[in-house]
Design a protein around this ligand. Sequence first.
Ligand code: NI
Length: 175
Amino acid sequence: MSILKVAHMGHPVLREVAVPVSTDRFRTAEFQRFCDDLLESMYELDGAGLAAPQVHVSERVVVFELDAEDGPMFLVNPVITPLGDERVGGYEGCLSLPNMRGRVERYTAIKVKALDRHGVPFSFEAHGWSARVVQHECDHLDGVLYIDRADPRSLAFLPEYRRHGPLVPSGDGEE
Ligand code: NI
């Protein structure tokens, strides 16, 4: 396995709409190796999630791990549907914008339909923090960064964020 290099904001790959993974591709050793590398890179970089465009691969694949007990989850060609209109603010960071935080409003509950890394369809509902991570990662597949959705006055560099706390209350009660 290899650790993949992360694209930082300003690299055009982060602004592309990523292409769907085709049925034939799941069976290839190349695709499975890529999934292994994406996961390994997420662990190495200590991210909650990582999307393929963040490692210069414009394909609709994300991986995330919400807690170590559940283990990692891959979403390929995901489709998100909000469950209701309720949204809540919360602070996010991104490996493609190192050492920054910003407040983003996200749907509190979503339904996710996707394929797993072997091409098997599945669906689930996500709430709260899980829903936030999924929305953040899937945005990468459409060339959207959290900073696009953030309240500009909430943006902070990480040392200042840690020192002074959020400048705009997060709204989710977690800060
Ligand atoms: Ni990100």
